[in-house]
Design a protein around this ligand. Structure first.
Ligand code: ATP
Ligand code: MG
Length: 316
């Protein structure tokens, strides 16, 4: 829904004089519809109501989505954790594979465990079902954790045949054997374009690229898209969908608005119309080792992630 449609729903001064009916009216009266704080608050309240009341479209097959960007610190882990938990909060069955030796996703989802994770699965020491853990956050959320051991795997796999398809083989035989009907498998990638990321892309039908809204936002995106094309041509013709999600957006600054515009103009069909604001609450939830959905479900960032999920669910 565009900004103008939201603006239309903000009550006029005349409407506000008619009497209080609910919390929104009271809020408008106290702060005043003409103050920017007042209209921001009202906008957030109305947006939250609309986003939280919409039904999530369900998927009848498993969508495997790599969350990737070779740039560091753009929000891959934050996106994986919050998108996965927004779906799981609706009861959607989701599997998250942490493919980053930093293991931040495993920590945020309460599933950190050394010795029984994706490293052991990819080196053949464990079957994937032996490494899958239930996240304590939501009953429909499973996690295959990572650990620092994974940092050595690129060298260890270097001599293996079909080394780009190790994860795909393990994941798909697990899905087949277990009969689990995950609607989404999200793979959080490390900031590189190495063999682990190649394994993630070879396993996926879709890619979700978090783009940090900063001066150098576009830098590196064309190289990443070229890599995705190469993977599609050489290893995985099923890698079809590319989505970008704008992260750390500050709508109050002109620079932020211009950068969002530039990314949308460069990749119009890929960029989700929902974007994630830069909010300290996002970092606080990560520091507390939680998802926003469990930490502060009413925060505008949690609402933004739910809105992004509604949009992702409508794609494909
Ligand atoms: P890496 O490349 O190291 O894996 P990453 O791409 O996974 O990093 P994150 O770890 O998700 O990036 O985010 C980097 C930092 O930015 C974290 O401290 C996170 O809490 C913070 N952050 C991410 N998104 C937001 C946001 N929308 N608002 C505020 N802080 C954010
Ligand atoms: Mg990360």
């Amino acid at each position: 829904m565009g900004d103008s449609q939201w603006e239309k729903r903000i009550p006029s001064a005349q409407e506000l004089r008619g009497g209080f009916e609910n919390a929104d009216d009271i809020l408008s009266r106290i702060i005043g519809p003409d103050s920017s704080i007042g209209s921001d608050l009202l906008h957030d309240t109305l947006l939250a109501k609309s986003v939280n009341s919409r039904r999530m479209k369900r998927s009848d097959s498993t969508r495997v989505v790599s969350v990737t960007n070779q740039k560091g610190g753009v929000g891959k882990t934050t996106t994986t954790v919050n998108v996965a938990t927004s779906f799981a909060a609706e009861g959607v069955p989701v599997l998250v594979i942490d493919l980053d030796p930093q293991a931040n996703t495993s920590s945020s989802l309460g599933a950190r465990q050394r010795g029984r994770g994706i490293y052991e699965v990819m080196t053949g020491q464990l079957e994937m079902e032996e490494a899958v853990r239930k996240s304590p956050l939501f009953p429909s959320l499973d996690v295959v954790p990572s650990s620092i051991d994974l940092s050595a795997i690129e060298l260890e796999m270097a001599g293996e045949a079909k080394r780009e398809a190790i994860l795909k083989k393990r994941l798909f035989s697990y899905l087949e054997r277990s009969g689990k009907k995950y609607e989404y498998v999200f793979i959080d990638c490390a900031p590189s374009l190495g063999l682990l990321v190649l394994n993630a892309l070879t396993s996926s039908q879709e890619v979700l690229i978090p783009v940090q809204v900063e001066y150098y936002a576009l830098e590196g995106l064309s190289q990443l898209l070229k890599t995705i094309d190469l993977v599609r041509l050489n290893f995985n013709p099923g890698l079809k969908g590319v989505m970008m999600i704008l992260n750390m957006v500050d709508k109050r600054t002109l620079l932020s608005r211009k950068i969002c515009q530039a990314v949308k103009e460069a990749y119009p069909s890929m960029v989700l119309s929902s974007s994630i604001p830069r909010l300290v609450r996002v970092a606080e939830a990560a520091a507390a080792g939680e998802s926003l959905t469990s930490f502060d479900p009413a925060s505008p960032a949690a609402v933004a992630y739910r809105q992004a999920c509604l949009e992702i669910a409508e794609r494909m």
